[in-house]
Design a protein around this ligand. Structure first.
Ligand code: HEM
Length: 461
């Protein structure tokens, strides 16, 4: 397939599967294996695929230019797919992840400074402290096998609790942290199932008991911190909750966020802020364990720059190869591999196609990032793709771990900083090795996770 084969022809509708039985078989396949189906659609029909699913006219784009046209659309003809935002809203309320239009703009404006470079050095200290505590608590044995996914999930949760609420996961709070981890898993599984239903069933339904309990656990955690902070304002606090309380919409009406708005933003920062980063670090553990040459090069770089001292934010530019290993990991295993979906609010032209108002557009970074046209030998792990020369040669829009356009991930820098600091600290202490016979299978659970966790051997250096 040439890179422009589909773009040059201009039929009325892109090709696609025949939608028998109102597209229900397609919907079933999507629920069973969303990523597998997306890949199959691309192989069978090319860079733009049209399918009718029930009342929905769906367009799926697999070409970087088409994807950029949708995500960066200057005419602002797209909003997020409402069903996706409804599912997220059950947990996230009306946060920046969910809202649209003026409300979203106001929230994004108010939150943005909390995620800029100025605050990162401060967050980096929390990230390093959390990583030191988690890694130094591991048994002193020269070799140990453990669930690396669980280790980094607890660690990224600790980071988000420290940066959001100035709370640490101490021994006495370990139970609460484990309950929160389990609650997040329940909420993610339920979210994934509900995406494919036209409406969510209410929480009082008996079979939603586990989900109800999970929601209550997370709600209690977030509200406890907001109430404590209202009682004890901690004026010197530099955490994100302090920022959310203090922030005023200076270019807008000058107003502050109320407690419900603060709860919703906290929930999004808590959930979006640790799940995806944990997924990325889990897969990084896997790629390092299975590519010892690349791991050795990253370790040499870390040893040369840091020796045994803890890293700081200012060290990160001196660790380019380490960053390359993380970027290449997110190419092969994008933490958010799909579900970047948009609704056209009016008729809009994308490439040669005229999309009607109401069209549903789906973008699947998983497929783009495994496309041999943009990433030759796509299944090969090769951090050189992200060297300066490699990145300069990359086709824009082919690599989308954080999305693109106005709704690009607000936590991009936060996540990249956290991943690099944690990765450096792991390499300072351990060599990672695979556990024979424990090859992880990626499954989509909102984020991309190994089906059965990730067992790794940690060999002390
Ligand atoms: C490796 C880690 C992460 C990945 C791969 C990731 C990925 C993404 C992607 C793909 C989107 C855009 C979705 C779309 O266009 O529909 C997004 C949005 C978002 N992310 Fe992240 N994210 C990560 C970490 C974080 C962190 C650490 C935070 C906060 C602390 C965060 C908060 C958000 C928020 C609030 C949005 C919605 C932004 C908006 O709609 O204006 N993310 N993320």
């Amino acid at each position: 397939m040439s890179s422009t084969s589909n773009i040059l022809s201009s039929p009325l509708l892109p090709p696609g599967p025949h939608s028998s039985f109102f597209g229900l078989p397609l919907l079933r396949q999507m629920r069973r294996d969303y990523l597998g189906l997306a890949r199959q659609m691309h192989q069978s029909y090319g860079d733009a695929v049209y399918a009718r699913i029930g009342p929905e006219r769906t367009y799926e784009f697999f070409h970087p230019e088409l994807v950029r046209e949708v995500l960066l659309d200057p005419s602002r003809s797209f909003i997020r797919w409402e069903r996706g935002t409804q599912v997220f809203a059950e947990m996230h309320g009306q946060s920046v992840l969910v809202t649209e239009g003026d409300t979203w703009q106001r929230q994004r404006r108010m939150l943005q400074p909390g995620f800029g470079t100025k605050r990162m050095a401060g967050y980096a200290q929390h990230m390093v402290a959390a990583a030191a505590q988690a890694l130094d608590a591991l048994p002193p044995a020269p070799a140990q096998t453990l669930n690396f996914e669980h280790l980094v999930t607890q660690l990224t949760m600790d980071v988000v609790l420290r940066t959001l609420f100035s709370q640490q996961i101490t021994a006495s709070q370990r139970g609460e942290a484990l309950a929160a981890e389990r609650a997040v898993q329940v909420i993610s599984r339920m979210g994934m199932e509900e995406f494919f239903w036209p409406a969510s069933l209410p929480y009082w339904m008996p079979h939603k008991r586990t989900a109800r309990r999970a929601k209550r656990t997370l709600d209690a955690l977030v509200w406890r911190h907001i109430r404590q902070r209202r009682q004890d304002p901690a004026p010197d606090s530099t955490d994100l909750l302090g920022m959310l309380i203090a922030v005023r919409d200076e270019t807008g009406d000058g107003g502050a966020l109320n407690d419900n708005e603060i709860r919703d933003q906290c929930m999004t920062i808590f959930l979006a802020g640790h799940e995806t980063t944990a997924a990325a670090l889990t897969w990084w553990g896997h790629t390092m364990a299975t590519h010892p040459d690349c791991a050795q090069r990253a370790q040499d770089e870390v040893d040369h720059v840091l020796g045994k001292r803890p890293p700081q934010y200012a060290d990160l530019p001196a660790l380019p190869y380490l960053a390359q290993t993380l970027k290449e990991t997110m190419r092969l295993y994008p933490p958010a591999p799909s579900l970047i979906s948009r609704r056209a609010t009016r008729a809009v032209q994308i490439g040669p196609w005229q999309l009607p108002a109401g069209a549903l557009v789906r973008v699947t970074p998983w497929v783009l990032q495994h496309d041999a046209r943009w990433f030759p030998e796509p299944e090969r792990f090769d951090p050189e793709r992200f060297s300066d020369a490699g990145q300069a040669a990359q086709v824009r829009g082919s690599y989308l771990p954080f999305g693109a356009g106005p709704r690009v991930c607000i936590g991009n820098l936060f996540a990249s900083t956290e991943m690099a600091l944690v990765a450096a600290m792991v390499l300072q202490r351990f060599r990672l090795a695979p556990v024979p016979g424990a090859a992880p299978t990626p499954v989509l659970n909102v984020t991309l996770r190994p089906a059965q966790g990730l067992q790794l051997q940690l060999l002390r250096r």
